[in-house]
Design a protein around this ligand. Sequence first.
Ligand code: FAD
Length: 351
Amino acid sequence: MNNTLIAVVFFLFFVACEQTSSNKTYPLHLSDAIMGTRYTIKVTSIPSAINKAELSTQIRNLLSKIDKKMSTYRQDSELSQFNKSQSIAWQSISPSLFVVLSEAKKIHQLTQGAFDITVGGLVNLWGFGSDPMTQIAVEDSEIDVALNSVGSNFLQLDKNNQKIKKDIPDLYLDLSAIAKGYAVDLVGELLEAHEIVDYMVEIGGELRLRGGNANNQSWRIAIEKPTAEARMIQKVLPLSNISLATSGDYRNYFEVDGVRFSHSIDPRTGKPITHKLASVTILSDTTIVADALATALMVLGSDEGYKLAERENIAALFIIKVTEGFVEKATPAFEKKLKRDNAMNKIRHGY
Ligand code: FAD
């Protein structure tokens, strides 16, 4: 077989980012590398009693703490310790890891299994995980073996004792589609604890927004056109008090003989998705939910994903590849949330 293999992995690009047209500055503006991508935090106004250097340190420490707990890219993380352990006994875990695993189980149920953090073994098999390896189309027999260790039902949570257990020794958890969203929420809560009401927190395209930007307007969030060739804007959304996450097939994929294998894995088949859905953007009250739902609907595709989003009242915008470019399809909940966010912001701030 003549394999033409193109690997495309652009971790430093965003799928959604803020557009500020003026050169007004922010009293607190942080940007740095984390979790294999970048974060950006903008605070529009800051109470005078706050020590900015101290707050910046608190934010960095918080992000680094989450990375040390939830990364599959660090052998020493709490998650990696659990993944490496072959024990099927109950194990105590940190409260924050417990929160993320609980949310992941809920979204697994809501999406009828499309979102499944136990796909970790398959993510590695297909070359999208922490093990550096050549990305090639994988044999069906290898997929079958890996599928034996997939299923959120193999993960048990004991809320009262904050313990977890795996039913099978090889269960391997991957929080790449949910932990960034969780981290964004925690940073937002930290800012709010300091009575900061106008801010944007973003990690790798997952965003939490409050109030307005330096132009005294709603935040202008650009959704990227889902194409790997050039960075272009598909549309700009004015947003104020909401979270947004986008999942796409156009930044982290490889191609073999013209077939695109994306990093979103369908837990039913054990294979990367290959359908025509290019990206999904979710609006939600929390970033953890937006992050996970974006991956889930990406896995389900434009038809099944849209039906589920409509039925479950999920605010989702699908961007679908067609012969001549892209078409957009938003759920009624998406249009409603957008309108409500804009209306509420006009009432609150007159933006
Ligand atoms: P999303 O759509 O949000 O997530 C896709 C990812 O989710 C896939 O890559 C896969 O890992 C997983 N996934 C695939 N299918 C499913 C499914 N059906 N259900 C659930 N999950 C699925 N990358 C590095 O290169 N170096 C690092 O050091 C590094 N550290 C990280 C630390 C943490 C704590 C986290 C959360 C991620 C880290 N990453 C790292 C991963 C990197 O940021 C990922 O590319 C990213 O998390 C994937 O996010 P996304 O927004 O591109 O795609």
